[in-house]
Design a protein around this ligand. Sequence first.
Ligand SMILES: [Zn+2]
Length: 446
Amino acid sequence: MMVVDTLIEARWVVPVVPAGLVLEDHAVAILDGAIVDIVPVALARERFSPRERIERPRHALIPGLINAHCHAAMTLMRGIADDLPLMNWLNDYIWPAEGALISAAYVNDGVELAVAEMLSGGITAVNDQYFFPEAAVEVYRRMGMRAAVGLILLEFPTPYARDADEYLSRGLALADQINGDPLVHACFAPHAPYTVSDDSFRKVRTYADQLGLRVHIHVHETAFEVEESRRVHNERPLARLKRLGFLGPDLTAVHMTQLTSAEIEELARHGVIVAHCPESNLKLASGFCPVGDLIKAGVRVAIGTDGAASNNDLDMFGEMRTAALLAKGVAGDPSVMDAATALHTATLGGARAIGLEDKIGSIEVGKRADLVAVDFGRVQLAPMYNALSHLVYAVSRRDVSDVWVDGRARVRDSVLLGVDHERLISNAARWAVQARTALRARGSVT
Ligand SMILES: [Zn+2]
C-alpha cells in the first residue's frame, strides 16, 4: 500500500482532459500537493493508504476554475457606479475613487475579500492586475490561492507610482522577489493600448523577453478605443501591438470585442490567448467578443470575470454559463461553445492564459491538486443525466462543497477555512464610506 496525503473518492470525476470524459466512482490520490493517481474507487482502496480519505458520494470532482482576468482589489468598488458607458464610468467614478483611496492597505483588504469570494466559489487561480501588487502577493500567499500577479503599468500617476518608469521599476523588484514561489508568479500588465505609450511598450517587451514573463493587457475592449487609436496612432490597437512585437503565445489579450476576420486569423497564427469577460462586456455594453469564430479559427480562449466594479461578482460558474449562452446567441448557433468546450475554456484555457498549462487546469497525474467538489445531490440539480451539462448550465457557485489548492483544503463542507468573514465585511464597509465621501467631495454622486 502506498501512503498518500489525501484520497478523494467522488461519484463523478471530470478531468477535462481527455475532452468530454466523465469518470464514475473514481478516486484521486494526492501526495505532496500533486495528483499521483486517478483510478476506480475499489482499486484505490487496495492501492493506497491515505492519511485522509474524503468521500463525496453525490459529488463531481473537477479542476479548479481559473479566473483569467480580474482586478481583485476592486471588490471594494462592487456596485460603486453602474449602468454607465466605460469611459464615463472610468473618468467620473473609478479613477477618482482610486486616486483618493488606493494604498497597500486598500489592496490588502480588497484582495482578501476577493480571495474569500473566489475560493468559496470554486476558483483556485486568478490572473490579477492592479496597483500595489506587492500587497496582493502577500494575501494570495497567506490565504493559499494561486495567482498570476500583474506588474501594472500606465502613463499617468496614481498613489502607487508617479510615471511609467516607476511602475516598471516597482514591478521588476516584485518579479525578482517572488521568482520561484510555489503559488504566485509575475506577469507584465501594461493596462491597455490607450494608457501606455510606444516607448513604455518597448521597455515591457524587452524585460518580458529577458525574464520570460507573460504579458496581460486589455485590448479592443470597445469600438471607441479602436477609433481613438486610429485617430491618434493611425492604426488599430492590435496592429500597434503587432508592430511593437507583442503578438505571440505569451500574450493574454483581454476583451477583444472588436475583431475583423483578418485579426482573428492573426490571433490564431500567433497563438495569442484571448481572455473573454462576457459579463463585464455586457454590463458596460462594450460589444461582443466573437467567441464562436475564435474557437473555429483555432484561437485559444479563456474566461475572466474582470473586476467586481464591472460585473459585479467574481463568479466563474456564472461567467462560464454566460460565456456559453452568449456565444450561441451571437453566432446564432446553439452548437457553438458546447458544455465540454465551456468547461475546458474555464479551466485549461485559463491555465494557458497564466502560463501554467503544464501544472494545473485539468485532473491529470503529475499536475498540482487544484480541485473542486460540486454537490450534485441538491434539489436544484436533480435529476442528473450529464455531468458536463450540469456543470455549465445548472450548477451555481453555492453548490461548491470543497476546494483544494496545491493539495491543501481551503473549503470544506462549503465553509472557507481559516477566514473571518465578519472582519472582511466590516473592512469593506469602512472603505465604502471613504469612497462615498471622496466621490461626493468631487461632485460625483453615489
Ligand atoms: Zn479589466
